[in-house]
Design a protein around this ligand. Structure first.
Ligand code: GUN
Length: 278
């Protein structure tokens, strides 16, 4: 079994980006809008800020109370769209139910859409012209590439259909010529599908959801789940037992999470270069 070490790979990516930012004299600023006090968001946002600053990317955090009106968030996005000093805008999800997330994502200018969550960025990805690609799906593909895993012809069982993970990842996987079965909470007999899969990608958020008996010997297992049990962060996969059967497996923490953050930096550098080159 080989560990898909997202911590190590993401560090290499961030170090290379830091070098590129320095050598090309790129001036980059990320504006983050975070509404409310979701605990997971707090960890993500803090990590994004820390890793950006370490790589020479400036950050500006707009931490708003969860009672904020939708209109105010939209006004802020418009202001940031028009601010020449801002390279990218990231609206941390989830937003409170009182704010229309899609409206916010769609208002972000295409040349500042770090997350690639807008209808235009998602449409481009779906039509095979990826520009801004969502960071978690992109990070998963980059992690598999780092270990020379060729997805062509492989059967992938993807357990998630969200706009943030499942849908963009589905398109990246089929672009790699994988055969993808997209599963979700209403899928019947999930174990039958996982048992036949060469690759299992689980983003469910339930500890020990993927057990050893659901996994084919030699399968590649990617764990996108994050849960907190007794103060410890754990994934969807029963790692101790599944890792005995898998050929490659991601740990949690230290697998997909750090890759997501590295892709925020990667997308920002791309946007900065596009801006510089007109
Ligand atoms: N919430 C969970 N993952 C993400 C992400 O990649 N970007 C944003 N903006 N919000 C998230």
């Amino acid at each position: 079994m080989t560990l898909l070490d997202g911590k190590k790979v993401s560090k290499e990516i961030r170090d290379n980006l830091k070098e590129e930012i320095k050598s090309k004299h790129l001036k980059i600023k990320l504006a983050i809008i975070w509404v409310g006090n979701n605990e997971a968001s707090s960890i993500y946002v803090n990590n994004k800020i820390k890793k950006c600053e370490n790589a020479g990317i400036a950050t500006e955090l707009y931490h708003l109370d969860d009672t904020v009106e939708e209109e105010e968030v939209l006004r802020l996005i418009k202001k940031l769209n028009n601010d020449e000093s801002v390279t990218g805008i990231l609206v941390q999800s989830p937003l409170p139910k009182t704010i229309d997330e899609k409206k916010c994502f769609d208002l972000i200018a295409e040349n500042k859409d770090v997350d690639g969550f807008s209808s235009i960025s998602m449409g481009n990805l779906c039509l095979g012209n990826p520009h801004n690609v969502a960071c978690t799906p992109k990070g998963i593909i980059r992690l598999l590439e780092a270990y020379n895993i060729d997805l062509e012809g492989l059967n992938v069982c993807l357990i998630n259909r969200s706009n943030i993970v499942g849908k963009p990842l589905f398109h990246l996987l089929i672009a790699k010529n994988a055969t993808v079965v997209m599963c979700h909470s209403k899928t019947e007999n999930l174990a039958k599908i996982t048992k036949e899969a060469d690759v299992i990608i689980s983003a469910v958020g339930k500890p020990h959801f993927i057990t050893e008996d659901m996994v084919k010997k030699g399968a590649i297992v990617v764990d996108v789940g994050i849960s907190r049990v007794d103060g410890k962060v754990i994934g969807d996969v029963d790692f101790d037992n599944v890792s005995k059967k898998a050929s490659f497996i991601t740990p949690v923490p230290g697998g997909v999470g750090p890759m997501t953050i590295a892709m925020v930096l990667d997308n920002l550098v791309n946007l900065a270069k596009e801006k510089k080159n007109g």
